[in-house]
Design a protein around this ligand. Structure first.
Ligand code: ADP
Length: 300
């Protein structure tokens, strides 16, 4: 069976900005995949190319073995993009009916309302919805055509914790029916909680690709630092637990996947270590580490 999505050497420039820089990836049918990366990483641009809204500068994008435009035209793709508006005077039910009317073979109204969890607000006007309710209505729109592939661009941005949970519960019901879901996020926890597979993108490139657990392990690394007093940072690169070693200002910085082992090795090896500090790498830091490590090849 052809993949749901396949990108081959895809690049996209906006003038001098290279937003997507040579992405290869394939998503099998039935997977729920997170596209995880910091702001500006190229997630929205990638998604827009998969939806046929942007044309790649180089490379090819296939959706179910055809062009994105053909797949969208055939009703096989549903999308929930950031910040789409609704006519204010219409109710939730009317809007979902409207969305259904756009497709030849839509999902039954009741099924959409139940899956997107909007049945209880069916008679509410769209301008009276909370942020979370609006997002569930957008989700209902994306579901209306019964798409095989659902694409969500940062669907829970700006939602509170409870709305987030309700949203993901709704998304899960859809994914459980065997559909393919691709969502963009900059929250590692969200990617880990809801995706079977996490593709990390930074500076327009895929820098890691694996299960949530694998990506968390990569992102959960720590930095061990101490004063640079004439040593060559490279001398520490081969210590156990060290991923990379560098000098920054007056400090030696060791990025570690097991800092306990590294610290033990530093002391047991009789290294001169002053002002030792061990800090957790934040996600942003972890992304940069991943981007800066060319040997970290995508797992698939
Ligand atoms: P993300 O969705 O991960 O936040 P984007 O795909 O929106 O990332 O952006 C990737 C890069 O491309 C960023 O550097 C952004 O500033 C730039 N960019 C996005 N859209 C445009 C545009 N229309 N014109 C120029 N630059 C853009």
């Amino acid at each position: 069976m052809t993949d749901a999505v396949r990108l081959t050497s895809v690049a996209k420039n906006y003038g001098a900005v290279r937003a997507v820089d040579g992405v290869d990836l394939s998503i099998a049918r039935g997977q729920t995949v997170a596209l995880l990366g910091p702001n500006g990483a190229g997630k929205s641009t990638t998604i827009s190319m998969i939806l046929g809204l942007l044309t790649p500068t180089a490379g090819t994008v296939e959706v179910f073995g055809t062009s994105p435009a053909d797949a969208v035209r055939a009703g096989r793709v549903g999308a929930m993009l950031q910040e789409s508006g609704f006519p204010a005077s219409a109710t939730v039910r009317e809007l979902v009916e409207l969305a259904r009317s756009l497709y030849r073979d839509p999902l039954p109204l009741a099924e959409i309302m139940a899956t997107a969890d909007v049945a209880s607000i069916a008679d509410r006007r769209s301008d009276k919805l909370s942020g979370g309710q609006s997002q569930r209505l957008r989700f209902a729109f994306a579901l209306a055509g019964n798409p095989e592939l659902l694409i969500l661009d940062e669907p829970t941005a700006a939602l509170d914790v409870e709305s987030r949970q309700q949203f993901w519960a709704a998304m899960r019901r859809y994914a459980a029916t065997g559909r393919t879901v691709l969502f963009a996020t900059h929250y590692l926890e969200e990617a880990d909680d809801f995706a079977d597979r996490v593709i990390v993108i930074a500076r327009g490139r895929v820098v890691a690709d694996g299960s949530g657990t694998e990506i968390k392990k990569l992102a959960g690394g720590r930095t061990v630092s101490f004063d640079l007093t004439g040593q060559d940072p490279d001398a520490y690169a081969d210590l156990p637990g060290v991923v990379s070693a560098q000098a920054r200002g007056e400090r030696v910085l060791l990025r570690c996947d097991d800092s306990d082992v590294t610290v033990r090795a530093l002391f047991e090896g009789g290294h001169r270590v002053t002002n030792l500090e061990v800090t957790g790498a934040g996600l942003e830091e972890a992304f940069l580490t991943l981007t800066a490590t060319p040997e970290m090849e995508p797992a698939r």
